[in-house]
Design a protein around this ligand. Structure first.
Ligand code: SF4
Length: 277
């Protein structure tokens, strides 16, 4: 069975580091002066929405002076919906964002950083009780906004891992189609074991790795927006994506190497095309 470590190594070698100090350009660009709140807003906006649309909406929110909890807490829902349009469910997301902003304003004096600094278990419960925040959105905010050691399981993750691992010998649906928490804990356990082994630590050591989780999730997302689309572009060329402020990302356009996971991908080897179509 292919390991997450192999996938991580191949992707990182291909794309280079995407998060953290070694990244050539910010995988998650921040426009305003309140990164945790902007990330929380972005995590809500990106539900069923392309990132380019989220970036444009974020810039409009910033121009309107609404990219802070106190300002957004007092926003008019219809005006906010117009600013975030055409993000999917903009009419529902607008009052949801206002309710989130009011919560942060009332409970944490407008500091999203204070909210995200809560202990992981308590924070997850608090975020999940807010409108428009499901498990994936919650974990995006916790990992990227607060540095909590939680792996984000999104559709990209499920699709890519399912395709790489697909095999005629294994029944479908694959293990990557199990409920969110099952998949998250499976990934965290495998990454943790691999990381402990590489460091010579005992597998039972409970050292968690937010930076590793953030990087692997970013790498998987990059692979899925470039190659592993609904109709995969295994041999390339990669899909062109134009982001507003990710200098250097356009340099990827025109590259022709093809998906770096082809050597280990069951789907590419033709072992599972029938099941996944
Ligand atoms: S080789 Fe093709 S199917 Fe496999 S991960 Fe890459 S793009 Fe997806």
């Amino acid at each position: 069975m292919t390991t997450l470590s192999e996938i991580y190594s191949l992707l990182r070698e291909h794309f280079g580091p995407l998060t953290g100090p070694g990244a050539a350009s910010p995988w998650w660009p921040i426009f305003g002066d309140d990164p945790p709140f902007e990330m929380l807003v972005g995590a809500v906006l990106v539900q069923q929405t392309r990132w380019e649309t989220v970036e444009a909406a974020t810039l409009r929110l910033m121009a309107a002076g609404l990219l802070s909890p106190p300002a957004m807490a007092g926003a008019d829902p219809e005006a906010l919906a117009a600013l975030i349009r055409p993000a999917a469910f903009h009419a529902q997301k607008a009052p949801g964002l206002i309710a989130i902003a009011r919560h942060i304003h009332a409970r944490y004096g407008g500091s999203t950083a204070l909210l995200l600094a809560r202990p992981t278990t308590e924070l997850r419960a608090e975020l999940l009780a807010l409108p428009r925040i499901g498990r994936e959105t919650c974990d995006v905010a916790m990992l990227y906004g607060g540095g909590h050691p939680v792996f984000v399981v999104d559709e990209y993750t499920r699709r890519l891992l399912e395709r790489v691992e697909v095999s005629l010998e294994r029944p479908t649906p694959s293990r990557w189609r199990q409920p969110y928490e099952v998949v998250r804990q499976m990934i965290e356990a495998e990454l943790s074991a691999a990381h402990h082994a590489s460091l010579g630590l005992h597998p039972s050591s409970r050292i968690l790795h937010p930076a590793l989780y953030a990087e692997l999730h970013a790498q998987i997302n990059e692979a899925c927006v470039r190659y592993c689309l609904t109709r995969p572009r295994c041999d390339g060329p990669p899909a062109r994506r134009v982001y507003s402020r990710q200098a250097g990302r356009e340099s990827y356009h025109g590259r022709a190497e093809g998906c770096p996971l082809r050597p280990i991908c069951g789907y590419y080897a033709g072992r599972g095309k029938k099941e996944l179509r």
